[in-house]
Design a protein around this ligand. Structure first.
Ligand code: BG6
Length: 491
């Protein structure tokens, strides 16, 4: 593992798709602009698109250039010159694509070779087999798997077996882009580079934790994917559970590839299973209907514009999910972890709220418990809500005031996108922020019974109008124990 990447060939399967155009190529351009790509590094997009290098460069020039800062045309041109395109149809009859790729890679076996699979999970196994058959998998190869890894435990295990038959576990990078976000990194620093939190980071002092990933976007044009994913598979199984792990894990002994992942797996394995009849008590699912979101009238999930018409699966899929989870160990016994995610919520915000217990005996009227808020997006930062006295004579009046750390105000450097960090980690061979096989499977093991129960029920997800904070059931889920979602932190 080295910090400055060597020359590499980065082969992106699904290289002309949405993820590539919206996230990967802009992130790679930023890395290149900052001088973090070795001069010889090539980016080779693979797709069924029938493009040649010039077509692909033209497409990137037309579609990506406007979303990145191009202040130096020579740098932009240098980036375009790194781009290539190979037409390959996985499982298809025509072997010429693989032959062309083989010819492009010949003589470069010593370079790092990264296969980035930005494609549906069912293609992961076939891709690895065909790449291996074409003789392209070298000892210096790595493979990056985009989420979702499967749709349940069994399919995740099958994919892991198929990919594992070709690549060694240390060559497999399972990406969860939330782990590349600055505040997520900062959560580790906050917890493990500051002494004051550790003594109170437990059930004696913490009342509960809320983890929210709220989005204003809906799912126009994504029906094909979303009908079969839903919020639980799309956001909870990966992003939200990863955040929960980072909040709940024990201090690792080292900041290295295995120590952090070992601790995260222990958290996932300590999650109290939610099974059978408990699913209705501890989970809520919703689907948005038409409403006003961000001042604009938007259609409901079933009426989102799409090339395919809604089916039975569309009616059943959840665009909102909330869960009351519990980590059964000494540190966290009895502390609820409320997880919540939804599309077409009133705001876009991802936050972790750690709500401390109230003072044991208050001598002032109007006191409220302390709250630590870690905001992932937008405007990354950390806030600690403390009680303070409002200035003035007479009766003591209390007011909660935040101690705020805004990253944008404190650090002048640009906050890189999560994909920049993670792509550089792939190129330098650092897997710390990627999910290990046992982690992914432990997460599915906990999610599977919830999915099974939801799928067995005839009841449809609870409707909520677009632009509102989810269905009524989500408020009951926390309200039952006299708690409430901290909307004011999110808005
Ligand atoms: C992706 C999901 O993993 O994360 C999307 O597939 C979701 O449905 C996205 O919109 C959210 O990412 P971010 O970084 O915008 O919070």
């Amino acid at each position: 593992m080295s910090e400055t990447p060597q020359s590499a060939d980065l082969i992106v399967f699904g290289g002309t798709g949405d993820l590539s155009m919206r996230k990967l190529l802009p992130a790679l351009y930023h890395c290149d602009r900052d001088g973090r790509l070795a001069p010889e590094t090539r980016i080779i997009a693979m797709s069924r698109g029938g493009l040649d290098d010039a077509d692909f460069r033209g497409k990137v020039d037309a579609e990506v250039r406007s979303s990145v800062p191009v202040d130096d045309l020579a740098l932009w041109q240098r980036f375009l010159n790194r781009l290539h395109h190979v037409t390959v149809d996985i499982g298809g009859e025509d072997p010429t694509g693989w032959a062309r790729l083989t010819a492009m890679l010949a003589g470069h076996e010593q370079r790092d070779r990264v296969f980035y699979l930005a494609s549906p999970p069912m293609t992961f196994g076939p891709f690895c087999r065909e790449a291996n058959r074409a003789g392209l998998v070298t000892p210096a190869s790595r493979v990056v798997l985009e989420k979702p890894l499967g749709r349940d435990l069994a399919s995740a295990q099958r994919i892991n077996d198929e990919v594992g038959a070709i690549f060694h576990e240390r060559q497999i990078f399972r990406i969860d882009h939330y782990l590349g976000k600055e505040t997520v990194q900062n959560l580790l620093v906050l917890r493990f580079a500051n002494a004051f939190l550790e003594p109170i980071w437990n059930s004696l002092w913490i009342d509960h934790v809320q983890i929210t990933a709220a989005e204003t976007v809906g799912t126009p044009g994504r029906r094909g994917y979303y009908d079969h994913a839903g919020a639980l598979r799309d956001m909870v199984q990966n992003h939200l559970l990863q955040l929960l792990c980072l909040v709940a894990m024990e201090p690792p002994s080292r900041n290295d590839r295995e120590s952090i992942r070992d601790e995260k797996v222990k958290v996932l394995e300590s999650l109290r299973p939610i099974v059978g009849g408990e699913v209705d008590r501890f989970t809520v699912r919703g689907q948005y209907t038409a409403g006003v979101c961000g001042g604009v009238e938007v259609p409901g999930y079933l009426d989102e514009p799409d090339s395919t018409a809604p089916t039975e699966a569309s009616h059943r899929v959840e665009t909102f999910a909330a869960i009351r989870a519990e980590v059964k160990n000494w540190r966290w016994a009895g502390v609820p972890f409320y997880l919540r995610t939804g599309k077409r919520m009133p705001y876009r915000s991802s936050e972790i709220v750690v709500q401390f217990k109230d003072v044991p005996h208050s001598i002032f009227a109007g006191s409220a418990p302390n709250r630590l808020v870690l905001r992932l997006q937008p405007s990354e930062g950390i806030r600690l809500h403390l009680m303070a006295k409002e200035p003035g004579a007479g009766e003591v009046a209390l007011k909660p005031v935040p101690l705020s750390l805004s990253f944008a105000e404190t650090f002048t450097s640009r906050v890189p996108d999560a994909y920049e960090r993670l792509l550089m980690d792939v190129l330098t061979g650092n897997p710390t922020l990627f999910m290990r096989r046992d982690e992914v499977e432990a997460a599915w093991r906990w999610i599977d019974p919830i999915l099974a129960e939801w799928e067995s029920q005839s009841m449809l997800p609870e409707p909520y109008p677009a632009g509102t904070a989810g269905p009524a059931g989500a408020h009951e889920l926390v309200g039952r124990s006299g708690r409430a979602w901290h909307e004011e932190d999110l808005a």
